[in-house]
Design a protein around this ligand. Structure first.
Ligand SMILES: Nc1ncnc2c1ncn2[C@@H]1O[C@H](COP(=O)(O)OS(=O)(=O)O)[C@@H](OP(=O)(O)O)[C@H]1O
Ligand SMILES: Nc1ncnc2c1ncn2[C@@H]1O[C@H](COP(=O)(O)OP(=O)(O)O)[C@@H](O)[C@H]1O
Length: 275
């Protein structure tokens, strides 16, 4: 009989998600609350949202001729990008070097994360599900997404297997490629959270250092690590894709849990122990 452990779920007050998937019937239902967000005033409302939204743009466009002489930073530009620092005639832009990218500049927009969160009435965050192949990561991710969707919350799943079909199709399973896989997914997850979306990342992410680096990308409290603490023997007995069998037969090299390490989290916010 499996049981559910929760180390800390203090993130949520306003919405409780009862996790009780049919597939996970053996698990005791767990209240997962991640979304404590008090909605402030909404700026866009009413049935005719689209045309209301355009009114201020039209009004500002009418004043375009007078402000156009002003370094190309006219009223409509102001509305779309209040920050005109990048335009000629304005303050000297501050250039940076990040990794191999030189002479780059962060462009700030007046529509910020908080505005998007207000619009969506939720808090953008990352729920990071880690565990061995076959531990139930995808099942939990999907159940969580379905439960939140039913409650009007916008979610998006970044599943390791799926992302490897596109963005990360150039990566193998050797250690440095796994690290790059996790780094990229961490960065994408951060963008989703910045968009105000509840991003559910579901990937083995076997190395602690890589997961911790993803955590460090987000403000404190916005990264919720969920550990599927299911023993190798259980995952191997499930073996839904037959990969453990192939790994044991030596047909897959470097398979997590068999001949590649899995480093369990030391302090995950949520864990699902199997007993
Ligand atoms: N060598 C090796 N080790 C582990 N897993 C392997 C391997 N080769 C292929 N697979 C399949 O790839 C899925 C894991 O991809 P991830 O992107 O989540 O892995 S990782 O985070 O980069 O370690 C994983 O899917 P899940 O079972 O959903 O975890 C496996 O089906
Ligand atoms: N709580 C659970 N109890 C029993 N079986 C489960 C549970 N969660 C998932 N499974 C089954 O285990 C297998 C692996 O689940 P999956 O979600 O694909 O794991 P992962 O994404 O970690 O590889 C699937 O056959 C799934 O139906």
């Amino acid at each position: 009989m499996a049981s559910v452990g929760i180390r800390s779920l203090s993130l949520c007050k306003s919405l409780d998600l009862e996790y009780s998937e049919a597939l996970c019937a053996k698990l005791r239902p767990v209240k997962v609350s991640v979304f404590n967000f008090t909605c402030k005033k909404l700026r866009i409302s009413g049935g005719d949202t689209r045309s209301n939204f355009l009114e201020p743009i039209k009004a500002m466009d009418a004043s375009k001729t007078t402000s156009d002489v002003n370094g190309g930073c006219n009223a409509i530009d102001d509305f779309l990008t209040t920050d005109c620092d990048g335009f000629p005639g304005k303050s000297t832009p501050k250039m940076s070097t990040v990794g191999n990218s030189t002479n780059i500049q962060w462009h700030k927009c007046s529509v910020e994360k908080s505005d998007r969160q207000e619009l969506l009435k939720q808090k953008g965050c990352v729920i990071w599900i880690t565990g061995l192949s076959g531990s139930g990561k995808s099942t939990l991710a999907c159940a969580l997404s379905r439960g939140l969707h039913a409650r009007g919350k916008l979610t998006y799943i970044l599943d390791g297997d799926n992302v490897r079909h596109g963005l990360n199709s150039d990566l193998s399973f050797k250690a440095e490629d796994r690290a790059e896989n996790i780094r990229r997914i961490g960065e994408v997850a951060k963008l989703f959270a910045d968009a105000g979306v509840i991003c559910i990342a579901s990937l083995i992410s076997p190395y602690r250092k890589d997961r911790d680096a993803c955590r460090a990308l987000l403000p404190k409290g916005d990264f919720v690590e969920v550990f599927m603490d299911v023993p190798l023997q259980v995952c191997e007995a499930r073996d839904p894709k037959g990969l453990y069998k192939l790994a044991r037969a030596g047909k897959i090299k470097g398979f997590t849990g068999i001949d590649d390490p899995y480093e369990p989290p030391l302090n995950s916010e949520v864990f699902f122990p199997f007993s």
